[in-house]
Design a protein around this ligand. Structure first.
Ligand SMILES: Nc1ncnc2c1ncn2[C@@H]1O[C@H](COP(=O)(O)OP(=O)(O)OP(=O)(O)O)[C@@H](O)[C@H]1O
Ligand SMILES: Nc1ccn([C@@H]2O[C@H](COP(=O)(O)O)[C@@H](O)[C@H]2O)c(=O)n1
Length: 708
């Protein structure tokens, strides 16, 4: 997950490949609660691992439910059979409506029937999300429920520690026009108290988002409770209903999450050699209502082949076709249509979406504001949004090739690209769906990058969203930004590069490690690395061959040579000296070229070495030549070695690094020198933080993202 302030997406060109999506949030949290309320243990597989499921798991554990992790996406829930193990608890439910609403109902009924008291709270936005209709229904039943700050909103106090009779003989009336989760909450909770007679729920108003109720009814059945439904007005839970564990249950992939990849397949030209986007783990037999996003995407022109548990999406009509659609049945996935509308041949209207206003943020306002940032014309109403793409029809698809303005070269702040698109900083309002939707704007025909603020908000439902997106998107290498940091040894390149990369969410290339690996591999094969031997052309040839067949693997924080962890061995001073000698051999440098170029992946790269800016990435938009006095560098290296318990003599280190500088600077091939367009940074009197801040300032100064 990108836990950084903002993530810059380079302009993207094509997409293709296979994705497996995380489990459905709606199913995961319903299943966890049902498993906890059931008699007997339930093994839950393919569970979503995200903020919202974490709060549900934490809440159930706080309520005394035993939940064991049995795999990366699996838990075993020991059902409590509707009996409370804990009579008092304060539960924090973040911004998870799928936890807040059902737990409110289930705990209210159990607290009233068994005598207990709970407090349920969340993040500030959760305290602005209405729950009054559910509270009213629970009060009708005789449950003591108190709104602690504002009437109709969390935080709530549920129960008063005393047992009270429940009034179950009259139908329970609940409104359905604000959130279908109120009905879901009652449907999940009432089987716990239906021992003595049928329990009936009647809708007081029209029900929205009916497909979510279908998920609820389907899952209730999996846990042994069949609800009789009369249209969408009346639901009857039969006397004697009780939850029984199905033993094992697998969670489908999330249909709302699938919408981004369906849209991706519809928007992006297929990457050559691929057949569009294949989505595993969800298909047309899904029980999730958002699977009907497939129909909406088809209306806009997507070419979708659906199987029971898989989808394949290719671009069909292009530009996409503008639509006018009632989206009540797909409230979450419909947000994705708003971004598809940016690529349409006219004005798209999405109707009957009033519930967007009370979700993680006011989604109608958020989508309208951010689409406008990108250059679209947007009209919004209480329950609709109307989007006209930037300057009318999007003229042509991004097809790959070189960006007109030089790829990763900056555009002017506030600049308007081809087709009226603007380079935008997208605010995400702590709303995962806003972040995911607007990533698709990176396919804009103007080939402008897109900045997504607070990308970690996707953690609510899809923590690895951006990684998954990048795994199936392609763009010409020159559009992927590279920051080069070259300089002499111990100037702090590695430290600086790692910090800058982690702040920007970029990949990291420590090119020195590759030369160190060659030195180490040579030593292990008994191949001499003395300067005298390396002057022999046949020996140099052998060294080049060795570099070409280097069996190396990088994992976070570790380097492996022929399957052996050589991380520590590589950092030895002797390895640095050997690297300096073998790196002067042109055959070695040539052999390592492709390996280095292959580090240039989405969303960007920070590369440190000696020739990053001069030879390997000559077109990089930022090149830093980092240096410090030899004395300072020797002192730093001395401190570094001593802190690791490695004995070192300062004078020897100084002599070694001066020898290394001389060799690196004076060799014929790719000598160490600043690139002509490099900026010089002497950090002799700067600490690490100051050096990092300086480079980030230069980098941000080169971007054309508007500050908001
Ligand atoms: N600006 C700085 N001020 C003080 N110490 C620093 C600074 N930058 C880096 N250092 C320290 O100097 C030491 C050497 O830094 P680092 O390993 O990043 O250098 P390098 O240029 O990558 O070296 P090499 O080229 O040999 O790999 C480390 O202990 C690091 O913490
Ligand atoms: N791009 C590069 C990087 C490194 N070298 C040589 O490798 C030696 C070790 O590098 P470190 O950054 O890990 O210290 C270095 O002294 C250079 O001789 C290179 O040539 N080109």
């Amino acid at each position: 997950m990108y836990s950084i302030p903002s993530l810059d997406l380079p302009p993207l060109a094509t997409a293709g490949g296979r994705v497996r999506l995380p489990g459905s949030k709606s199913i995961s949290n319903r299943v966890l609660l049902l498993a906890a309320l059931s008699e007997g243990p339930t093994q839950v597989d393919d569970l979503l691992d995200s903020d919202d499921t974490r709060v549900m798991l934490d809440a159930l554990r706080a309520l005394g439910c035993q939940i064991d992790t049995t795999g990366p996406q699996s838990v075993r829930v020991q059902g409590m059979g509707g009996r409370l193990a804990v009579r008092e608890a304060a539960l924090f439910l973040g911004n998870a409506g799928t936890a807040m609403r059902p737990l409110t109902a289930a705990l209210a009924l159990m607290a009233t029937a068994q005598g207990a008291r709970f407090e349920l709270s969340g993040v500030p936005r959760m305290h602005e999300r209405p729950i009054g209709d559910l509270v009213d229904a629970l009060r009708q039943l005789g449950c003591p429920v108190q709104c602690l700050h504002n009437e109709g909103y969390p935080p709530l106090r549920i129960g008063d520690g005393q047992v009270h009779p429940l009034r179950l003989d009259a139908p329970i009336r609940v409104r359905g026009d604000v959130s279908s989760q109120f009905l879901t909450a009652l449907l999940l909770a009432l089987p716990l108290v239906a021992q003595h007679g049928d329990v009936v729920i009647e809708m007081a108003t029209e029900l929205i988002s009916k497909p979510y109720i279908e998920i609820t009814l389907n899952l209730l059945e999996r846990f042994g409770v069949r609800v009789q439904r009369d249209g969408w007005d009346r639901f009857t839970i039969a006397r004697g209903s009780r939850y029984t564990s199905p033993g094992r249950i697998a969670v489908e992939a999330d249909a709302s999450s699938a919408s981004y990849f369906i849209a991706l397949g519809a928007i992006a030209a297929p990457t050559p050699g691929t057949d569009g986007i294949a989505i595993d783990g969800i298909g047309l037999s899904s029980i999730q209502g958002d699977i009907r996003f497939v129909e909406a995407a088809r209306l806009m022109g997507a070419d979708i082949v659906g199987e029971d548990n898989a989808l394949r999406v290719r671009r069909g009509a292009w530009p996409l076709k503008a639509i006018d659609l009632d989206c009540n049945h797909i409230p979450d996935a419909a947000m994705t249509l708003a971004v598809m509308a940016l690529y349409a041949d006219g004005t798209t209207t999405l109707r009957n979406i009033a519930s967007w206003r009370v979700k993680e943020t006011d989604r109608i306002a958020a989508m309208a504001t951010e689409c406008r940032q990108l250059g679209a014309t947007v009209e919004e109403g209480a329950d609709f949004i109307r989007i006209t793409p930037p300057r009318g029809p999007a003229a042509g698809p991004p097809q790959g090739g070189t960006a007109p303005s030089g790829g990763s070269e900056p555009h002017e702040v506030g600049s308007v690209g081809a087709h009226g698109w603007r380079q935008a900083t997208i605010h995400t309002y702590d709303d995962h769906r806003v972040a995911m939707c607007f990533s698709l704007a990176a396919f804009n025909p103007a080939q402008l990058p897109v900045r997504i603020d607070d990308p970690k908000c996707v953690g609510k439902t899809f923590p690895d969203y951006f990684e998954t997106l990048f795994s199936v998107c392609r763009t010409p290498a020159e559009r992927i930004p590279v920051i080069c940091i070259d300089g002499p040894t111990a100037s702090g390149k590695g430290t600086l590069a790692a910090e800058v990369a982690s702040t920007l969410g970029y990949h990291l290339l420590d090119s020195g490690a590759l030369y160190r690996l060659v030195g180490l591999a040579a030593e292990r094969e008994g191949l001499s690395t003395t300067e005298a031997d390396l002057r022999d052309p046949a020996h140099a040839e052998r060294m080049g061959e060795l570099a070409a067949r280097l069996d190396v693997r990088f994992t976070p924080g570790k380097t492996w040579l022929e399957g052996e962890d050589v991380t520590e061995a590589l950092r030895a001073e002797a390895a640095g000296m050997a690297a300096s000698r073998v790196s002067a051999v042109p055959q070695v440098r040539a052999a390592l070229l492709d390996l280095q170029l292959n580090f240039r992946h989405l969303p960007g790269l920070v590369a440190d070495g000696r020739d990053m800016g001069t030879v390997i990435f000559p077109g990089a938009p930022l090149k830093v030549y980092l240096t410090a006095s030899a004395e300072q560098r020797a002192l730093r290296r001395h401190k570094q070695l001593i802190s690791k318990g490695i004995p070192a003599i300062l004078a020897d280190l100084l002599a070694d690094l001066q020898a290394r500088d001389a060799r690196d600077m004076n060799r014929t091939h790719a000598p160490l020198k600043p690139a002509e367009d490099a900026v010089l940074l002497d950090n002799s009197h700067l600490d690490i933080e100051q050096s990092v801040a300086r480079v980030l300032d230069w980098w941000h100064g080169k971007q054309a993202f508007p500050v908001r």
